[in-house]
Design a protein around this ligand. Structure first.
Ligand code: NAD
Length: 478
């Protein structure tokens, strides 16, 4: 058997100098930002923008050990159904020690050559309360406010470095969030400035006035790494304990607000625009909303993998009808983008068998996802005078799933941080559907809309009485 082709960095890594510190060296960063920079360096450009890896969690210490042992090279396997390819990404040149108090991280970010600090610390890593403001009561935030010189959070470390730079007369770096949050730059500003305000209000004002936090939309499906993924790297002749696999598609849309400069990422496909919000809305409603539409019927039908759900004609017909009739018509226009074509690509991405994403992962955390991905589309339809029965059915299927058994009677393991509460409520909603819509943190006042409440009750009763298969058949035929 021949070993498939592997591409190596097409530039002299020893000539790279750092420009970016990235906090949260998980899989997504290495499949996304690091790949764009690798492409740029291969064009012979931007060699003063290499990445220094960093992290504030124990898992990052383990990643550091693994990456330092392979000269900070990452394996990225692209899961093209027509044939996999792999590359070694060389954009990262060092990884800072992961340690309590984060002294090495603060020292690195204080150096003038670092002009961007980027982040992927997960959606939950932003210490936001239920209305999207900094949760000042969170233990780690309280600890950093009490001891800003030896912070535990990424945001505390950013503030310590910004203060050192201000005191030394060095221009602040730009803080670039690459997490999957609507308005991720604005959220990061709120958290960083909010934390500073807890211990030094004057400094908080300075940060607010002087530091840029561009918003960005990021997209590339990047599964977690397990034995399957390590075996894929091995097929390319690589003994890498921490390879990354990802779909071929990638997208990055950014606001062009980088006062200390930035790499010329537009040369490698990054879109710079003032309309990030429009791209974000499109992605959240069509892609993330699409995931939420296929997840729960898939779960109720005992389907394990996302591409298998996409092979079930009832599920794809359900997805197509809801996207085309109830989502795409209410997504505001996006520059240079045909929404139907965008959806057609998403459909192909969901169907990619190589990604092997799980239905269970898509079903996870509905109590956080429904209010972001489904409920706003229901609202916009109502504002346009329409009753979106498919979206309401999608939400009823989530409720039915939370009752904790599939249509065949198989038990569903807890799959939400609020699982116990959701399960109790879903059981109660079987007799009283209004109990489900009464969750105001998910539905707001939508439960008071009699037509929505009626459609929800009818959908939920039908799913309980006849199962997901029959209800999807009826919806598609209707
Ligand atoms: P991962 O589990 O591989 O890595 C997560 C990283 O976040 C680790 O470095 C971890 O230490 C760090 N982290 C977690 N909680 C933290 C906290 N409270 N404070 C500081 N650091 C923390 O996950 P990933 O696949 O790299 O995804 C990370 C994020 O990237 C996602 O949450 C999402 O916002 C974004 N993203 C991921 C994908 C994807 O398909 N994986 C796609 C688009 C966007």
């Amino acid at each position: 058997m021949t070993t498939p082709a592997l591409s190596l960095p097409a530039y002299d890594r020893s000539a790279l100098t750092p420009g970016i510190v990235h906090i949260g060296l998980g899989n997504f960063h290495r499949a996304h930002q690091a790949v764009y920079l690798d492409d740029l360096f291969a064009l012979g450009e931007g060699h003063d923008w290499a990445i220094i890896g960093a992290g504030v969690r124990p898992a990052d210490g383990r990643m550091r050990e693994a990456l330092m042992a392979q000269d900070c090279l990452s394996t990225v396997v692209e899961l093209d159904p027509a044939g996999k390819s792999a590359r070694r990404i060389g954009a990262m040149i060092d990884f800072l020690p992961v340690e309590p108090g984060n002294a090495a991280l603060i020292a690195a970010m204080s150096k003038p050559e670092i002009r961007i600090v980027s982040l992927t610390v997960t959606e939950g890593g932003y210490f936001m309360d239920s209305v999207g403001r900094l949760d000042a009561g969170a233990a780690e935030i309280r600890a950093d406010a009490a001891n800003p010189g030896a912070p535990e959070t990424a945001f505390g470390a950013i503030l310590a470095a910004l203060k050192a730079r201000r005191d030394a007369g060095i221009i602040p770096f730009t803080v670039m969030s690459c997490d999957n949050l609507p308005g991720n730059g604005d959220v990061t500003r709120d958290v960083v400035v909010g934390l500073a305000r807890l211990f030094d209000p004057g400094f908080a004002d300075w940060v607010n006035a002087n530091v840029a936090f561009p918003n960005g939309m990021v997209d590339r499906i990047t599964p977690a790494t397990g034995e399957r993924e390590r075996a894929m790297a091995a097929a390319f002749g690589l003994d890498d304990p921490v390879p990354v696999t990802c779909e071929p598609f990638r997208q990055w849309v950014l606001e062009d607000r980088f006062p200390a400069g930035r790499p010329a990422l537009e040369k490698v496909g990054v879109i710079f625009t003032e309309h990030v919000h429009a791209y974000e809305t499109m992605k959240i409603r069509i892609l993330n909303g699409g995931h939420a539409i296929i997840a729960y019927p898939g779960g109720l039908m005992d389907i394990d993998l996302v591409h298998e759900a996409m092979e079930e004609p009832l599920i794809t017909a359900f997805l197509d009808k809801v996207e085309r009739e109830e989502i795409i018509p209410i997504v505001p226009p996006v520059p240079d983008t045909d929404l139907q074509a965008y959806y057609a690509i998403i459909r192909e991405r969901f169907a990619n068998p190589e990604v092997a994403d799980t239905v269970r992962r898509l079903c996870l955390d509905g109590s956080n996802r429904q209010p972001k991905f489904i409920v706003p589309s229901i609202r916009d339809n109502r504002a346009a005078g329409r009753l979106p029965k498919g979206l309401i059915l999608a939400s009823a299927l989530w409720c039915r799933y939370c009752a904790g058994v599939t249509d065949s009677g198989a038990v569903i393991a807890p799959n939400d941080p609020n699982w116990d509460e959701l399960t109790a409520r879903a059981q109660a909603a079987k007799a009283d559907p209004a109990a489900w819509l009464a969750m105001r943190d998910v539905y707001g006042d939508l439960g008071e809309d009699a037509e929505v409440a009626g459609a929800f009750a009818a959908a939920l009763e039908a799913v309980w009485a006849r199962g997901a298969r029959a209800v999807l058949t009826e919806y598609i035929g209707g």
